[in-house]
Design a protein around this ligand. Sequence first.
Ligand SMILES: NC(=O)c1ccc[n+]([C@@H]2O[C@H](COP(=O)([O-])OP(=O)(O)OC[C@H]3O[C@@H](n4cnc5c(N)ncnc54)[C@H](OP(=O)(O)O)[C@@H]3O)[C@@H](O)[C@H]2O)c1
Length: 262
Amino acid sequence: MINGNTRLFAIVADPIAQVRTPQVLNAYFEARALDAVLVPVHVAPEGLAAVVEGFRRTRNLDGFIVTVPHKTAVAALCDALGPAAQATGSVNTVRRDPDGRLVGDMFDGAGFVQGLRTQGHDPAGRRCLLLGAGGAAGAIAFSLAQAGAAQVVVANRTRAKADAVVQRVRQAFPQADIQAGDADPQGYDVVVNATSLGMKPDDPLPLAIDRLQPHTLVAEIIMKPELTPLLAQAQAHGCPVHFGRHMLDEQVRLMARFMLRD
Ligand SMILES: NC(=O)c1ccc[n+]([C@@H]2O[C@H](COP(=O)([O-])OP(=O)(O)OC[C@H]3O[C@@H](n4cnc5c(N)ncnc54)[C@H](OP(=O)(O)O)[C@@H]3O)[C@@H](O)[C@H]2O)c1
């Protein structure tokens, strides 16, 4: 039961109905017998700053999750940013300290890398091809470099966005072997689809399946469908595959621990 001592958490989004974080994080709190609740908060961009200021002044609120379209705007409203948020310019989780200070960080990339590790695919020392240069891909590029990938090549339809991701990662990790390139998957240990191709049934594949080598791990971050056409075809080609849900599962744990200071 929610009572006067219950700690508050929120997720801000626009639209809000599609979010799954309330179910997942409330189950997380319940499993740990924490007196805490996370509620969905529907906020349009023009109301964002006022709501964040309200959160800052809400003394029984310990943090909030941020999703589309607010990840970049909230980064500018925080008092401090963690390394992944600084490198990507966006946040998906904010912790509210007891004095009202807001600390933001980005766990998309860390969740993806941790998901790989839990499935036995540590990216350290591996050659990685990253397809896409949007919000999720930028965070994953940062975390692959942080995890010690031997090489990261970023391939994106809009080349300038791939170049920008590479530049930001190089700023954070000057020693990292990261560059923009094409989507030919031959010669990589890990290929990650971080484009939105695969969400709709008639989307083209993001790469040429016949150029995949059977040892290459093909990883998705799309969660619906679980077995995207890319994963189905990669599997039929003999490649090991990695599902999008592992990223979210690990991200939720990382976000909860950050907000709970665990
Ligand atoms: N599993 C998880 O926890 C998790 C977390 C976050 C996101 N996601 C999923 O990741 C995907 C990307 O999300 P995002 O936030 O990074 O989106 P985003 O910022 O909009 O980026 C979309 C990316 O897909 C590329 N793209 C879109 N349509 C394309 C097409 N027709 N041909 C080639 N490339 C195309 C874009 O290329 P351009 O730059 O050329 O437009 C861009 O690189 C979504 O499916 C999202 O659901 C999953």
